[in-house]
Design a protein around this ligand. Structure first.
Ligand code: RP5
Length: 165
C-alpha cells in the first residue's frame, strides 16, 4: 500500500536533474583529492638517502607527502616559486634538508608562512656542524624548527604532530 505524502512534498528524485553540468564537473576535476600535505625538499639528489626517513615517518602516519630536489644556492628561483605556491597547493608543512652551508630551510621560511622544519644533512666535512649552524641560526622573524644532524625521521614525526595538532 502506498502512503500518501502531505501536499507540497517534493521528492529529491523529482528535483534532481540528469542534465550534464560541464563547468561543475571541470571544477571538481581540478580538485586534487590526493594532494600532499607535506613537501620534503632537499638541496641535492645526494641528500635523498639521509632524507628518506622523513618520508617513511609520514607514510607510517598516513600523511601524504611529495619530494622535490631544489637548492637554495643553485636553483634559487625554483625554491621561491615552490614556497610561494605551497600553501595554495594545500601543503601544511615543509621539511627542508640540506648539507654544507644549508640555506634551504631558512630561504624556504623566508618565502612561505607555513611551518618549515630544517634537517641539517651531514656531508664530507665538519660532520654536519656547518649545516646545523646554517639551519638553526635564523634571524628573528623568520622561524625554522631545526632537528638534529641527519634527524630526518624526527622531522617527519614532527610534521605529523603539527598536522594532527
Ligand atoms: C647542499 O650542498 C646539498 O644539500 C648537499 O648536501 C650539499 C652538496 O651538494 P652536492 O654537491 O652533493 O650536490 O646544497
Amino acid at each position: 500500500m502506498e502512503i500518501a505524502e502531505p501536499e507540497g512534498t517534493q521528492r529529491a528524485t523529482e528535483t534532481a536533474t540528469e542534465e550534464p553540468m560541464p563547468e561543475v564537473e571541470a571544477a571538481f576535476e581540478e580538485i586534487e583529492v590526493d594532494a600532499p600535505l607535506v613537501g620534503i625538499i632537499m638541496g641535492s639528489p645526494n641528500d635523498k638517502p639521509k632524507m628518506q626517513p622523513a618520508g617513511q615517518a609520514l607514510h607510517e602516519h598516513g600523511i601524504r607527502y611529495e619530494v622535490r630536489v631544489m637548492s637554495a644556492h643553485r636553483d634559487p628561483e625554483k625554491v621561491r616559486e615552490y614556497c610561494h605556491a605551497a600553501r595554495m597547493r594545500g601543503l601544511r608543512v615543509i621539511i627542508a634538508g640540506a648539507g654544507m652551508s644549508a640555506a634551504l630551510p631558512g630561504v624556504a621560511a623566508g618565502h612561505t608562512d607555513l611551518p618549515v622544519i630544517g634537517v641539517p644533512v651531514s656531508g664530507r666535512h665538519l660532520g654536519g656542524l656547518d649545516a646545523l649552524l646554517s639551519a638553526v641560526q635564523m634571524p628573528p622573524g623568520v622561524p625554522v624548527g631545526c632537528v638534529a644532524i641527519d634527524g630526518a625521521r624526527n622531522a617527519g614525526l614532527l610534521a605529523a604532530r603539527i598536522i594532527k595538532a
